[in-house]
Design a protein around this ligand. Sequence first.
Ligand code: CP
Length: 307
Amino acid sequence: MAKLSQRHLLGIKNLTTQDIELIFDTAANFKEVINRPIKKVPSLRDVTIANIFFENSTRTRLSFELAEKRLSADVVNFSASGSSVKKGETLLDTVNNILAMKVDMVVMRHASVGAPHFLSRHIKANIVNAGDGTHEHPTQALLDTFSIRERLGTLSGKKVAIIGDILHSRVALSNIFALRKLGAEVLVCGPPTLLPKYITSLGITVELSLEKALAWCDVANVLRIQLERQQIKYFPSLREYTLYYGITKKTLDNLKKKIIVMHPGPINRGVELSSDAADSHHSIILDQVENGVAVRMAVLYLLAAAN
Ligand code: CP
């Protein structure tokens, strides 16, 4: 059986192209499973997984939990709010206490960049990064690229524009790594204040004009303005942001070409994306969510096999 080169999924940066292809092939099989009347397989029957979330989540947490249950794993869920973290317990003590209850894998979201990498140096369990601060969100990038491949057949030579708040986005960085490894051309677009200085070193194009970015791309992956991570003002007002970078169905229809619109969620409807654009025939946002379960099943299954 083919195996992943890693026993943790900390980011896309350390995955090989073969790893990503293996995850896609495995996810395609699991997608078939979760569309059967009986959506469950016994693959992780003897495995216990802890979902440890120190930051808010809807999609990622539910998607991992469903993926784990579809694989017949035993699942425990932990939220920092309402836990002994509030009494001053450290990250390592929290996780070691959970592991003492014989947990095999940890899925973790944390506001601090590098938190899952730190854990991977101190504990034996497999770790899956479910988002570390503004750094990486590897399973989001895997489900995004899987969804594009499903629609377009391949990533190779396809043009993908990532639009919005690139500076605060872990989704952007993981997507850039995944898209580049799979042979796509990548452009980022947003106000200059929301584009990190290092971005051109990643082998991608920067475009400040939304009109030009949309005219160029096959796929527009639209990102949320992350106001909760913005301690200073990066643009005068949300109204002005929407004026220059908001996408409506009319904007898309006027392109007079096929374009795929994606969003990792949660959407600020009426800010980066209007409701009529988010719910239009251009959008594959709910396909992304469906594919998320299959992709996460594949990741968990392959990491368990990598031990
Ligand atoms: N896409 C994403 O990470 O969404 P959640 O924050 O709801 O998990």
